[in-house]
Design a protein around this ligand. Sequence first.
Ligand code: 0PR
Length: 376
Amino acid sequence: MRDKALPESEVMRILEKTRARDYNYDRFFSTMCTLPHPIAVRAHDMFLETNLGDPGLFPGVARIEERVVEMLGELLGCPDASGYISTGGTESNIQAIRAARNESGRKDGNIVVPASAHFSFDKIGDLLCLDVRKAELDESLRVDLSSVESLIDDKTVALVGIAGTTEFGQVDPIEGLSRIALDRGIHLHVDAAFGGFVLPFLKKKFAWDFSVPGVSSITIDPHKMGMSTIPAGGLLFRGQECLCALETETHYLTKARQASLTGTRSGAAAAATYAVMMHLGREGFAEMVDYCMDLTHHLLKRAERIGVLPLIEPIMNVVALKVPSPAQVREELMKRDWHVSMTREPNRALRLILMKHMTKENIDLFLEDLKAILAK
Ligand code: 0PR
């Protein structure tokens, strides 16, 4: 650190210059985050210094977090769900599996996840000393139920299904997983970090949330399709017991027990999530999802014209496009300031997410560049 103070204007000048090096959202096809709704930003600023880690000092924002959990529970078919606002999908997935493991009483267990699971489950295996078993996918890139069954044994503490896979936006057969989970008495966690704010608002309906009886917990991230600020994750459990499985005594705080992974945690993102959910309502989210799906169909139609097809027919606003040498194409696109990502082997493709910040005009410009790159 410097010895002498630097004037505020000088510090701000450095920050502004540095911030200008960041790329802009309107060129991003690679991110599951977007520009937060303006009301979320205002609420975030208002609650910046609040600490949900010591809720007795901040009963106002603690009530806001409770309300967000209630609203998310209503959205996901379980109005009396318990849970909290985490830092994102990774924390929610860690905590869901930790709760399942603690409830099972096993320290040497395993979990069965789809091969398409987000890499947070590899972190979980490492952190919780669980064997992470990856079930095969079928041709539509949904988890294969017979593969799941073949991997389960007496030490399995949780099954995972994904409602909106990171790479393909695919929805696993949650009802099938639920039957297996109920039959074997195993916790079923649904990772809807991305799909949680999409699936309820699609025209086509899927059975994937708490309305499916075997689903014990759900990850749903307000900082992805929820239009909230980063870091806002959601973790919900059916009933109260699982949350108890996460609690530690806090001795000297205003609340005797704590279930969250982090101790000190700002209430800003919870307030931002509350603000945007109240302000948009179901109508506003449906409109936003419609917009993103309209972009998705526009992209598919225009891509087909240049001979580029999707790997699977997209369910939500996540598209995997088949192109020759995807890594090279991605690099060429980046040189033209387009940011796309890639799916894993054996289904290597360009991966595009059509978020609220994207426009049809930019999709057209992007496809012009893609066409030129492919012609080379
Ligand atoms: N579960 C699913 C299904 C996810 O897609 C993700 C993240 C997570 C869990 C983990 O969530 P957190 O990153 O909030 O802990 N999916 C995106 C991805 O890995 C996250 C992301 C967002 C990556 C923006 C890049 C980016 O620019 O692709």
